[in-house]
Design a protein around this ligand. Structure first.
Ligand SMILES: *[C@@H]1O[C@H](CO)[C@@H](O)[C@H](O)[C@H]1NC(C)=O
Ligand SMILES: *[C@@H]1O[C@H](CO)[C@@H](O)[C@H](O)[C@H]1NC(C)=O
Ligand SMILES: *[C@@H]1O[C@H](CO)[C@@H](O)[C@H](O)[C@H]1NC(C)=O
Ligand SMILES: *[C@@H]1O[C@H](CO)[C@@H](O)[C@H](O)[C@H]1NC(C)=O
Length: 355
């Protein structure tokens, strides 16, 4: 498409930062939705509250934006547009969570910000204040926000105070593991203009450190510590990827212990929701996963689909054959990317039926 050709001319990093930095919107209400910036505990959030009177309580969607924990905001014009549109279409309360970002705030601060804001929102008195039906709450995340959504959902499901509070999780082209950087999609779409592998690794590593040894090791898939071999069975694409995506790729085991420094986050399921075992996965709520073909993160989503189906989690999976990573980012001006609207309509119509 013309769009992809244009993107190819720019350096993707420049494009990314242009989009996310210059583009923050103010909280502007419209005829249907009251938009406010506030804070849940210490985490800033943007709230979208439908204006029209409702006889019954409303569903709620908690939105976690993407950007590799380094870029992005729930206030970009694309995300503001999406969240406003969702609030209107679903007659739902939408909460955009503005967690802090690396490299200034490294792991686990962004995650803890999100958890703290979400737990605050899920209190009965707060749900009541916003007219939210406590049985109809969804967590939705895209890209790295999808990783956060998946791990927060796992956390809450294991917490007696929050168990069953989340009715559904929606993961849009999510990243779901950081332990294997040689999945077939990582190899096939290494040079994809939207999320090239090098840039993704460079950005992703800033979540832990600015030390260049980490991204160098990740590029070679040699970043995991000694003693972590048992974790690879949970992300082994050779066992979980449908045949059509394996093609002629050959599974090679990552080499362990090459990185001198160790980062505890590398083995933490909060950063790799795929690392939990089947009995943990079994507890998860209704799930929607969308994957895009042209996406280095494609296989993370596909592996989660297989693993969740294997343990009987109720799940809907949409795969966009010509899909590119991050299409929702290009839904607003000046791009108006058609595919972004298609993706939005797919998951929002699923939410209309299931939330
Ligand atoms: C308000 O809602 C109506 C009905 O859904 C819609 O037609 C209209 O475009 C909405 N207004 C805005 C500013 O989104
Ligand atoms: C990955 O799966 C393949 C085949 O399914 C198997 O031969 C290999 O031992 C597995 N490796 C790990 C580390 O789980
Ligand atoms: C790890 O440390 C050893 C010894 O200090 C050094 O020779 C080697 O280059 C280091 N490796 C990396 C990847 O930094
Ligand atoms: C699965 O993981 C949980 C939490 O880490 C652990 O308590 C449980 O024993 C594990 N179950 C199996 C079957 O390994």
């Amino acid at each position: 498409s013309l769009f992809l050709e244009n993107v190819g001319l720019l350096r993707a990093e420049k494009l990314f930062s242009t989009i996310v930095y210059l583009d923050l919107t103010k909280p502007i209400s419209d005829e249907n939705i009251t938009v406010t910036d506030t804070a849940f505990r210490d985490t800033p959030v943007r709230l979208y509250l439908p204006k029209k009177k409702s006889k019954r309580q409303r569903p709620a969607v908690i939105f976690l934006h993407g950007g590799g924990f380094v870029l992005g905001s729930c206030k970009t014009s694309a995300n503001d547009f999406l969240n406003r549109w969702m609030a209107n279409k679903l007659d739902a309360v939408v909460v955009g969570v503005e967690y802090r970002l690396a490299p200034q705030y490294q792991y686990p601060i962004p995650y803890e910000d999100a958890v703290s804001a979400i737990k605050f929102f899920l209190q009965d008195k707060i749900l009541e204040k916003y007219g939210v039906d406590p049985t109809r709450i969804c967590i939705l995340g895209e890209s790295s926000g999808g990783l956060m959504a998946a791990s927060v959902t796992q956390l809450l499901q294991n917490d007696p105070d929050f168990k069953n509070k989340i009715k559904a999780q929606v993961l849009i082209y999510p990243s779901l593991q950081i332990i294997d950087s040689f999945t077939p999609s990582q190899r096939e779409y290494e040079h994809n203009p939207i999320l090239p592998r090098d840039m993704t690794i460079k950005i992703g590593c800033l979540y832990f450190t600015k030390d260049q040894a980490l991204p160098q090791a990740v590029r070679k898939n040699q970043h995991m510590p000694q003693g972590s071999r048992h974790l690879f069975k949970f992300v082994n694409w050779s066992s979980f990827l449908p045949e059509k995506y394996k093609k002629n790729h050959v599974y090679t085991e990552p080499i362990l212990g090459r990185l001198n420094k160790s980062y505890p986050g590398l083995t933490d399921s909060r950063l790799s929701p795929l690392l939990v075992n089947d009995s943990q996965l079994q507890k998860l709520p209704l799930t929607y996963i969308l994957t895009c073909q042209h996406d280095i993160l494609r296989d993370d989503g596909l592996i989660y689909v297989t693993r969740l189906r294997n343990v009987g989690v109720k799940l809907t999976h949409d795969h966009i054959e010509n899909g590119i990573h991050g299409a929702l980012t290009f839904i607003a001006s000046p791009f108006y990317l058609h595919q972004g609207f298609r993706i939005r309509d797919k998951y929002v119509s699923w939410l209309e039926e299931n939330l």
